[in-house]
Write a protein that binds this ligand. Structure first.
Ligand code: FES
Length: 164
């Protein structure tokens, strides 16, 4: 994990303070923290609760309600498979079954080598080119099991280049 993704109580507070005065600040704060650090650290819950005058249970409730929010660090890459209707009509279910088997994990899990976190997403705005997935910030369309394998190989090769 790069230094910019490491959180401290101070860096969490910076994100909270930037948004806490806005109406309905809780969700934007959670998004900002996850965007910056990759997940919502447990320590953030108390800081957010105190800053917004809410209870920890209320903050926890919102985090657990939205599957988008992670409470553990993601893998090196996040692969999100679209489960919305247009993609399902062109093979997304078969693709997700293949992805889970290929990676040996279910949604919201990370491979044992910490390389890939698998998540579901509901529409990536790429409906005409399904099945669609997003790898980190990049959307890819017409993904088949074979191209999925190639994508995973590509991600692992990138890792080897960095390590080597
Ligand atoms: S339904 Fe999958 S991208 Fe829209």
């Amino acid at each position: 994990m790069s230094d910019s993704r490491r959180w401290t109580p101070q860096s969490l507070q910076v994100e909270i303070d930037a948004l806490k005065h806005k109406p309905g600040a809780l969700l934007p704060i959670l998004h900002a923290i996850q965007d910056r650090f990759g997940f919502i650290p447990e320590a953030a819950v108390a800081q957010i609760a105190e800053s917004l005058g809410q209870t920890r249970a209320e903050v926890h409730g919102v985090i657990s309600f939205y599957h988008h929010f992670r409470t553990t660090p993601p893998g090196r890459h996040v692969v999100q498979i679209c489960r919305a209707e247009a993609c399902q009509s062109v093979g997304a279910r078969a693709l997700e079954a293949h992805a889970k088997e290929c990676l040996g994990i279910d949604y919201h899990q990370t491979t044992t080598d910490r390389e890939i976190t698998l998540e579901a997403v509901y529409c990536l705005g790429n409906c005409a080119c399904g099945p669609s997935l997003r790898i980190d910030d990049e959307v890819r369309g017409r993904v088949t099991p074979d191209t999925f394998n190639a994508i995973i190989d590509e991600l692992r090769t990138q890792t080897l280049e960095v390590v080597g």
